[in-house]
Write a protein that binds this ligand. Sequence first.
Ligand code: SF4
Length: 451
Amino acid sequence: MENLDKLTRAGLFSRNVPRYTSYPTAPQFHDGISSDHFESWVKALSYGSKVSIYMHVPFCERLCWFCACRTQGVKSLSPVEGYLEVLKVEIAKLAATIPEGVTIARMHWGGGSPTILQPEHIDSIMQDLRKLAPIDDDWEFSVEIDPAAVNEEKLDALARNGMNRASIGVQDFDERVQKAIGREQSYETTKWIVDALRERGVNSINLDIVYGLPFQTRDSLGKTVEQVISLAPDRIALFGYAHVPWMAKRQKMIPEDALAAPMERFNLFNQAYDALENAGYVPLGIDHFAKPGDSLAIAKAEGRLRRNFQGYTDDVCTALIGLGASSISRFPQGYVQNRATTNAYTAEINAGKFAAARGIAMTLDDQIRSRAIETLMCDFIVDLPALKVEFGDFAEGIRPDLEKIAAEFPDFVTWEDDRLTLLPEGFHLTRIVATGLDAYHTTAAKHSQAI
Ligand code: SF4
């Protein structure tokens, strides 16, 4: 109870803070970053560099009301096919720009629903993607699977094109919760897909659970967690529902009076966290779990866990190149985001350009803070001597912020030997503590709840 009072005073139940899947965070992107930056940063990739490719498919057969992804509902395939033609032009232009000696180590298809693509679309776009750059033998190809938009033939097509990882959104199996978020998906359907993926050799399966959804109770979420565990996924993500109707208009369909208060979100999270840990899953960072033998759990044990737009990863590629509307690329020099709407994206690509609209070039200070926030989010530590090995004495620039954090959160962190360590009691405050290292953070920016 005493710790709860301290967490309350630290703002856990009242503050809105970034998720820090990038630093600087997306609200800092500006239109001073253009396609010229994107092109020059691609050309600067050195011989031997490995890249990750992210392809965004911004279409869904259904629009779930809780979802804040950039996507649009479609009733026919014609807009999807039109978009694929534009993607192919973007891929060809990128293929002509990527330097010799760069290879693809990772590919991720997200959205929206990439599984809205038909088997012939999947074969055709992969044929083009394979021309981008040589693909590493041990590459990882992951796809977000929408249970409402998948069948045996699509899974066959993805498997024959190399998919070896898959992610499925469960959110909650409770019928009342599902109706309230506009997403009905039975346990049986999910199990069928998990089994069908495993039959096709996809041995790494991630399931997403969301807490804080309308009408969710500890009982209903507890049952969902049990059902998810029974499917034995290799990885599980436990995300908090982010109610941001000012950004995602369809969330206006969510009955706000049925949403859990911050204290109940805290209870829901803790209960699910304990159940997953008791079932043998290794907690990773603030909201992911993996079986002990999974590559992410091994990366955590070896201090190689990283954070990116998909959450936690062991991806160490030099760059992440985003394809499609609204996708974000990350280069050592900074971030670039493509035009957000499919129309604006299409216009740029059809005009023979890349489609960058905004982004940010990273200063050395940004790079140091980015790495410090990442180690805090992954390992709950900011190790100033290690940062100095990586960045030299410039890393000293964040010392005043580390000391300030130590003074502000004496019950939750230790500051010894120039290392800031988050104590287990401070686990829930990870994102709040990270704001102390964020040179751009202001409370005016609209972010999601800290819990
Ligand atoms: S949850 Fe998935 S299927 Fe539903 S709207 Fe969002 S991206 Fe589309």
